[in-house]
Design a binder for this molecule. Structure first.
Ligand SMILES: [Zn+2]
Length: 157
């Protein structure tokens, strides 16, 4: 695995791996692969690609593994050292876009929380080197963190 494999494709905005402590986002791909495909608890994706974009059968081709090793020196010290992972734990999954959407809807129904902001009321608004992750009031749930009720949806549309 060369380092270019760690570059993330476009479309990662809402579905990225947590990199820092101020990153409140869920990783839906990891959650999906663990719950639906029985990926091990410590399994995380390291690369995914959107395929058949905007078609009904759009899917993500997800490659991941278990990495506990950290880089010991240099600029990237403390970050995951994927080169030293146990490759026997590598798994590749095909995740259909519609299955992922259904999973988020199912999660909302199960938890009563807004999937976009994971019930925090704050949605992710970008990242910069100077300020880290930025958040703004969630537009989906009006910053309540709750699933909008059918009645509210009807009046707002
Ligand atoms: Zn929300």
């Amino acid at each position: 695995m060369d380092s270019s494999a760690l570059e993330l494709p476009l479309g990662r905005a809402e579905l990225t791996n947590k990199t820092t402590d101020d990153d409140l986002r869920f990783d839906w791909i990891n959650l999906f692969c663990r719950e639906k495909y029985g990926a091990p608890e410590l399994w995380r994706w390291f690369k995914w690609e959107r395929k058949e974009i905007d078609k009904p059968h759009e899917f993500l081709l997800v490659e991941g593994g278990v990495c506990t090793a950290k880089i010991e020196r240099g600029k990237r010290k403390g970050q995951d050292d994927w080169k030293k992972r146990d490759k026997a734990m590598d798994r590749t999954f095909v995740v259909a876009r519609k299955d992922l959407d259904a999973f988020q809807a199912e999660w909302q129904a199960r938890t009563g929380s807004c999937f976009k902001c994971y019930g925090t009321g704050q949605e992710w608004g970008g990242w910069s080197a100077a300020n880290g992750n930025r958040y703004r009031p969630c537009t989906k749930c009006n910053a309540t963190g709750n699933v909008p009720s059918q009645a509210e949806k009807a009046t707002s549309s």
